[in-house]
Design a protein around this ligand. Structure first.
Ligand SMILES: Nc1ncnc2c1ncn2[C@@H]1O[C@H](COP(=O)(O)OP(=O)(O)OP(=O)(O)O)[C@@H](O)[C@H]1O
Ligand SMILES: [Mg+2]
Length: 310
């Protein structure tokens, strides 16, 4: 561990101001913008750049060999959805070190999968878990502890124990949502969190920034939020799982007239993107829409009283 004071340009006074603003590690400085640091530590641009560069050196955030990347990716964790078919399509479960998005219309099963993952993540690795805890940021008031209990019981685990391993917060505004994501980092460090859920990622953004005039601002803020989530996922080896709604596309005559909210900002920013659709006989279809290393396949699963199943 390198202390802030060991960095070039950081004396005790600046270190104290940085810590007070939440920059408590070399890594957090390495990925900060000069504007952030100028404001946080009341320093000039030149000093801010010096601090950032020195932090990047200390945190070894330059190039590395592909072999090292491969080595690190071997340690990726996977959280089971409890549907083998769905796990297979997304590469063995929901991955750590990345952001997975599921989108689909109401009732397509987004929140149900999110609940299921909060249970799964606490299981031993042999059973598809990571023996970690979960954070659930709820923007639509749809988190239900009773449903968690039901799912835990179905797997033969003590519901009390599972509920005790889930931190829940209700977000009321986009700023609040972003703050809660930041706070998740603290819990992750102190209490072994392996999964952070945001259900829904976009709902508050949609209501707060409505109309054409607010679109650019909304997209920018959403982009910033997702960048923060990536940081959270990569630096702490956590799986970030977000849900998203679809909106109608009045311009489409053939094919699917819906698309996920957030458009291209989200599409390019998430690691894996899954489209859920309700289908016959109470089943659901999941399409892997976008993934850097997997083919676009589909899986069918069900939502039963026990939870998500094949
Ligand atoms: N205990 C249960 N037993 C069986 N099926 C259930 C149970 N609880 C929920 N479901 C199924 O899950 C569906 C709700 O799915 P979910 O809440 O995940 O939708 P969503 O995609 O999050 O929708 P929204 O966009 O409204 O948030 C219900 O319509 C029902 O089919
Ligand atoms: Mg939902």
């Amino acid at each position: 561990m390198v202390e802030l004071e060991e960095l070039e340009g950081v004396g005790p006074a600046i270190a104290e101001k940085l810590r007070a603003s939440g920059f408590d590690s070399v890594e957090s400085l390495a990925v900060a913008t000069s504007g952030d640091l100028m404001e946080a530590a009341e320093i000039g641009m030149r000093v801010a750049m010096k601090v950032i560069n020195s932090a990047r050196d200390a945190a070894k955030m330059g190039y590395e060999k592909a072999l090292e990347v491969l080595e690190r990716r071997k340690h990726l964790g996977h959280i089971s959805t409890q549907s083998e078919a769905l796990n297979k399509v997304i590469g063995g479960g929901v991955e750590t070190q990345g952001v997975t998005e599921v989108y689909g219309e109401f009732g397509s099963g987004k929140s149900q999968i999110a609940h299921q993952l909060c249970v799964s993540v606490q299981l031993p690795v042999e059973q598809g878990g990571l023996e970690g805890k979960a954070v659930y940021i709820d923007t639509e008031n749809t988190f239900r502890p009773e449903r968690i209990s039901q799912m835990a019981t179905a797997l033969g685990i003590d519901p009390q124990k599972i509920l005790d391993g889930i931190y829940v917060a209700r977000a009321h505004t986009t700023d609040h949502q972003m703050l809660l994501a930041e706070k998740a980092v603290e819990i992750a460090k102190s209490d072994g969190v392996k999964l952070v859920v945001i259900d829904s990622l976009t709902a508050l953004f949609r209501t707060e920034y409505c109309g054409r005039g607010a679109l650019a601002e909304r997209q920018q803020k959403l982009g910033r939020h997702i960048a923060e989530l990536h940081k959270l996922a990569e630096m702490n080896d956590i799986a970030v799982f977000v849900t998203n709604q679809v909106q109608a596309r009045p311009d489409v005559f053939f094919g699917d007239p819906t698309r996920p909210v957030g458009g291209h900002v989200l599409g390019h920013a998430v690691t894996a993107r899954v489209y859920l659709r309700k289908s016959k006989a109470n089943t659901r279809t999941a399409h892997l829409v976008d993934h850097p290393g997997l083919p676009p396949e589909s899986a069918t699963f069900q939502i039963s009283e026990a939870g998500v199943r094949d």
